[in-house]
Ligand binder design. Structure first.
Ligand SMILES: CC(C)(COP(=O)(O)OP(=O)(O)OC[C@H]1O[C@@H](n2cnc3c(N)ncnc32)[C@H](O)[C@@H]1OP(=O)(O)O)[C@@H](O)C(=O)NCCC(=O)NCCS
Length: 167
């Protein structure tokens, strides 16, 4: 995958971990989508989906949004929205329920995803083996194709604690 090295560099630029093997596995998995956003040939954002085969407590088996990163220089330009729209459209013809895991402190991510009407299902220290810096993760879900919710003033204040940039 030509974009793999670019995605790795993007993760590092965002101060996030990068796992080339896991990324390659996602790309070749027909049950998952990996998308990139580029400006003038430079990869400035990427995102993926994940499919869990078995439930983990409140976290059902099924399709999850598996993470989205936008280069720090390119944030608030609608790129995260585009990458999420692409994933939601891809998932809408594959499942009647999309799930999303996020650190309870990640206000920017929660605000971004609110537009699709995600509703909180549960909070826990971990879901599907994913743990969260600070100790609390949120599981949300939505029926894909549900009407988009316009952003409201103060969207970003509903996360617990201050916004942070880890998933
Ligand atoms: C979360 C992230 C992907 C958002 O990407 P982005 O390209 O900046 O998002 P968009 O420009 O499409 O923003 C869409 C909406 O999300 C919300 N949002 C995004 N960043 C925000 C911030 N820093 N503070 C408050 N709201 C924010 C806003 O409602 C925004 O709409 P607006 O710009 O019209 O107000 C980006 O901040 C990022 O890469 N963060 C680090 C990685 C991460 O936390 N990923 C999510 C893991 S679950």
């Amino acid at each position: 995958m030509a974009d793999l090295a670019a995605v790795m560099r993007l993760q590092w630029a965002a101060g996030l971990s990068a796992d080339a093997g896991a990324l390659r596995a996602a790309v070749v998995d027909d049950d998952r989508l990996v998308v990139v956003a580029a400006v003038d040939g430079e990869v400035v954002g990427w995102a993926k989906t994940h499919r869990y085969r078995v439930a983990d407590g409140a976290a059902r088996a099924g399709h999850y949004l598996g993470g989205v990163t936008v280069h720090p220089r390119w944030r608030r330009h609608g790129i995260g929205t585009l990458l999420t729209t692409a994933r939601m459209e891809w998932l809408a013809v594959r499942t009647d329920r999309v799930h999303y895991l996020v650190n309870a402190r990640n206000g920017e991510s929660i605000a971004l995803h609110r537009r699709w009407g995600f509703v909180e299902v549960a909070r826990a220290r971990s879901f599907h083996g994913v743990t969260f810096a600070g100790g609390s993760g949120v599981l949300l879900s939505v029926r894909p194709g549900a009407p988009r919710v316009p952003p409201a003033p103060g969207d970003e204040v509903s996360a617990a604690g201050s916004p942070r940039s880890s998933g």
